[in-house]
Write a protein that binds this ligand. Structure first.
Ligand SMILES: Cc1cc2nc3c(=O)[nH]c(=O)nc-3n(C[C@H](O)[C@H](O)[C@H](O)COP(=O)(O)OP(=O)(O)OC[C@H]3O[C@@H](n4cnc5c(N)ncnc54)[C@H](O)[C@@H]3O)c2cc1C
Length: 379
């Protein structure tokens, strides 16, 4: 007995489960919640390798958003209008579902709108985006249920105190959440339904064992009727054929800033940079496009190039002439792919996956988790 598990432990914690979910991010937890809500008798186990969820779900920026004008136009370069509209609709429904399930007050949801900034050197780009506002509003109204989603907001640039910003587009439907609180309330709901969530338990291997799947971990083996892989950026570590490329996001939060003028979520450079107010502070992240190769990693950490660029933007564009100090730095890992849709499918007999939210998992994660749970229930 290498693990010295007692009879009590073996009959209450380890052993046989109908479904084992690998990964306790927003997708894995939503899959667990949906399984137990639909079929309460199922024995469901979530295995998480980190002490906390250790990917993207507790390390993101907390934007409740479905895309800026330039992001939608970038998408239209290789997708049809219908595909773009469907994706926005999916993200918007995902956000609504997240809010309904967990409650706006519990997840710190605030709707101050979102802004896309164009720098002085981006006048042509700004013109092109502004010329498409009416078209996008017309296309997106049926799935968002609001008219005039995007509008020009140049008159607010000075009020926010920005420097070097020439044009700005407002999205009145964008909000923000406290992503840590969101994950805590989700975890509490999952556990409240009777799902066992075990941390510090990395899965090394999954293989068939008679009528069961053997899920091998450093803490011992678990038997599963079915397995859901919800490991997002780390998916290839267990299934090398899955088309998921990791992308690291580096983020900072300042110390509280007196008289902070920012209020809302802000994006620039086609979404490669993003910032927001966060309880009197500024959260700012991005810069992956400075060196895609270096950021295509599953290793947490920082680079001097990104840190320096974020600092420069803060000093020169976002908070010019204001004193600020950085209080927190961290990084998180996203899962990307050429196809902007998540992968939700069966990968092997009795093994299913729900990965690759393409950096938009707050918006999509609830539905992605529910969809894979449905796939398991209906198989
Ligand atoms: C810096 C940053 C900013 C972002 N900002 C936003 C935003 O503003 N809005 C938005 O919509 N999205 C944002 N995202 C994206 C969003 O956070 C992700 O799309 C979403 O969290 C993905 O959820 P997930 O459950 O698929 O993956 P994850 O949250 O990464 O969960 C996967 C889990 O699997 C675990 N795991 C991996 N391998 C194993 C193993 N072998 N055994 C056991 N466990 C394992 C990991 O530890 C991890 O906890 C951001 C992401 C980052 C990194």
């Amino acid at each position: 007995m290498p693990f010295n598990y007692s009879y009590w432990e073996q009959t209450a914690f380890v052993g046989y489960f109908d479904v084992v979910i690998i990964g306790s991010g927003i997708v894995g937890l939503n899959a667990a919640l949906h399984l137990k809500t639909t079929q309460p008798q199922l024995r469901v186990l979530v295995l998480e390798r980190g002490f906390l969820p250790s990917g993207a779900s507790t390390k993101n920026a907390g934007f409740a958003c479905f895309g800026t004008v330039s992001e939608q136009l970038a998408l239209l370069k290789h997708a049809t209008e219908d595909e773009m509209v469907q994706l926005v609709g999916y993200k918007y429904r995902g956000l609504k579902r997240l809010r309904e399930k967990l409650g706006d007050d519990k997840i710190g949801y605030e709707e101050h709108g979102g802004y896309e900034l164009f720098m002085d050197a981006e006048k042509n780009k700004a013109e092109e985006c502004i010329s498409q506002i009416d078209r996008l509003n017309r296309l997106l109204e049926p799935v968002v249920g609001e008219s005039d989603i995007y509008s020009i907001a140049d008159d607010r640039i000075a009020g926010f105190g920005f420097k070097g910003v020439s044009r700005m587009i407002y999205n009145k439907c964008e909000g923000q959440i406290h992503t840590g609180r969101m994950m805590r309330v989700l975890l509490a709901k999952v556990q409240g339904r009777g799902v066992l969530v075990l941390n510090n338990c990395a899965v090394d291997k999954i293989e068939p064992d008679g009528e069961w799947m053997n899920v091998a971990t450093q803490q011992g083996n678990f038997k599963a009727g079915k397995v859901i892989l919800a490991t997002n950026a780390f998916a290839k570590q267990l299934f090398p054929n899955l088309a998921v490329t990791p992308g690291r996001g580096q983020v900072l939060v300042t110390k509280p800033i007196e008289g902070l003028k920012l209020c809302g979520t802000y994006h620039f450079d086609e979404g490669y940079y993003y910032f927001r107010n966060a309880y009197g502070r500024v959260l700012f992240g991005g810069g992956r496009n400075l060196d895609f190769g270096a950021e295509q990693t599953t290793e947490f950490g920082h680079t001097d190039a990104v840190k320096q660029k974020l600092f420069e933007y803060l000093e020169q564009v976002i908070l010019p002439g204001q004193k600020f100090e950085i209080d927190y730095w961290w990084s998180g890992i996203m899962g990307f792919g050429d196809d902007i849709k998540p992968i939700i499918k069966q990968v092997e007999p009795r093994v299913y996956c729900a990965v690759r939210c393409n950096g938009m998992g707050i918006a999509m994660g609830t539905l992605v988790g529910e969809e894979v749970a449905e796939l398991v229930l209906n198989s």
